[in-house]
Write a protein that binds this ligand. Structure first.
Ligand SMILES: [Cu+2]
Length: 250
């Protein structure tokens, strides 16, 4: 049954990915996260299949007709079996812990010197970005490909969560706190940042575009923003304008 489960999972997951059920992977961090999920699933399938198979086997084989009139025979522990499953569970959990902790350490590692700095301010119901290297504000997130980006995330009002599924990053936006993480987008494309913390009535609409583009295009965008006065635009955009810019729900 485990072999069947593994075969179904391993053949189904690339099909689901190509059908768009899984967002594209646009950073090494996200590729690592998917690999961890794959390892978890591959290890969980024999456990799941074992439990389900034994449950159905018991239903079929040990079924007694009518209502039982007396207790079944007493069950005595099997110390060798108990020791084995505790040891196996301990090894599995330790391995997964080390892999997961390694991923978390990468996310929270200090930013390299060539990192771009983006300060994210969440508010009901939009994200605003300040490119501190250029004193530039934007309500759309533009990022250059293959350059590390250090995000500092905070909120002006209530708790939000800054999530870019394609980059495999999610960070709480908490009023009065600044959370920091670093990620390197490695694939150009149009992605979406979503709020992942229920933050009020328009929370489902709190999605805005993320554009990962070539270094040249990003430099062009920066100079076009610096050249115009549009970077002086106020941070507080009316919510209604935001609603008009996005029809997606999270
Ligand atoms: Cu929200």
């Amino acid at each position: 049954m485990s072999v069947v489960g593994e075969a179904v999972f391993l053949s189904l997951s690339p099909i689901l990915a190509s059908a768009g059920a899984i967002p594209p992977v646009a950073s090494q961090l996200n590729a690592d996260a998917y690999n961890i999920m794959k390892i978890f699933t591959v290890l969980a399938i024999p456990v799941f299949m074992g439990v389900v198979t034994f449950a159905f086997y018991s239903l079929a084989v040990f079924r007694s007709p009518g209502r039982p009139t007396e207790d079944g025979p007493a069950i005595h522990g099997n110390s060798r079996l108990q020791f084995t499953w505790i040891a196996v569970s301990f090894v599995l959990v330790t391995v997964l812990y080390v892999i997961g902790f390694n991923g978390l350490a990468q996310l929270e590692a200090a930013a390299p010197v060539n990192a771009l700095h983006v300060h994210v301010t969440a508010q009901q119901w939009i994200f605003n970005y300040t490119y501190t290297d250029y004193s530039l504000d934007s309500s759309t997130l533009y990022l250059p490909v293959n350059q590390p980006v250090e995000f500092t995330v905070t909120s002006e009002d209530v708790q939000h969560s800054f999530w870019i599924p394609e980059l495999g990053v999610k960070e709480d936006a908490v009023p009065g706190e600044t959370n920091t993480f670093t990620v390197t987008p490695d694939k150009t494309g149009n992605y979406t940042v979503r709020c992942m913390e229920l933050c009020g009535v328009l929370h489902p609409y709190m999605n805005t575009p993320v554009v990962v583009e070539s270094a040249t295009d990003f430099a062009k965008w920066v100079s076009s923003q610096m050249g115009s006065s549009s970077w002086l635009a106020p941070l507080h955009l009316p919510e209604i304008a935001f609603l008009g810019s996005s029809g997606k729900r999270s």
